[in-house]
Design a protein around this ligand. Structure first.
Ligand SMILES: [Zn+2]
Length: 142
C-alpha cells in the first residue's frame, strides 16, 4: 500500500464513520515496529482532535482497509472510553484495572466485528493483528 492509497482509504472511512472533525495522519512503517505483531495502531489527542495511524507499508490493500476500519472504530468509541475512565476514577486501582481490562477486550472484539462488516471482509487471518488499546500520541508527535 502506498501513502496515497492509505490516505484515500482513511479519508473514505473517516467520512463514513462520522469522524470528519478529526485530523488523521498516516505513517507507513516497518511491520516489525508495531507492538505484539499488531497490524496497526492509532494514537490520538482528544483535545486537538488529532490522530496518527501507524500501518505497515507491506500490506495488501484489502487487509489495510480492514485495519483502517478497525482503528477508526477505536476513534468512534473514544468518547465512551474517556467516560468509563472518568467513572472508574473513584475506584481502587485493582478494580479500575480489572474493569478497564474487560472494557479493552470488549472494545477489540467490537472493532474487529465492525471492521469486518465495514470493509466487507469475513475473514481475519490473524484476529490478534490489531492493537490492544488506544494510547495517547507519542511525545514529539503533534
Ligand atoms: Zn484495536
Amino acid at each position: 500500500m502506498t501513502q496515497t492509497q492509505g490516505e484515500r482509504l482513511i479519508a473514505k472511512w473517516q467520512q463514513r464513520c462520522g469522524l470528519g472533525e478529526w485530523t488523521i495522519r498516516l505513517l507507513l512503517i516497518d511491520a516489525k515496529t508495531l507492538t505484539n505483531g499488531n497490524w496497526g495502531e492509532i494514537h490520538s489527542n482528544d483535545e486537538l482532535l488529532e490522530a496518527v495511524m501507524l500501518l505497515p507499508s507491506r500490506r495488501l490493500l484489502r487487509e489495510a482497509e480492514q485495519t483502517i476500519c478497525h482503528e477508526l472504530v477505536h476513534l468512534v468509541n473514544h468518547e465512551q472510553c474517556s467516560l468509563l475512565e472518568s467513572v472508574c476514577s473513584g475506584l481502587n486501582a485493582r478494580h479500575k484495572t480489572s474493569i478497564l481490562g474487560l472494557w479493552a477486550t470488549a472494545e477489540e472484539r467490537l472493532c474487529n466485528r465492525l471492521a469486518r462488516a465495514l470493509s466487507n471482509t469475513t475473514q481475519i487471518s490473524d484476529p490478534k493483528q490489531f492493537c490492544d488499546e488506544e494510547s495517547p500520541l507519542p511525545r514529539g508527535e503533534e
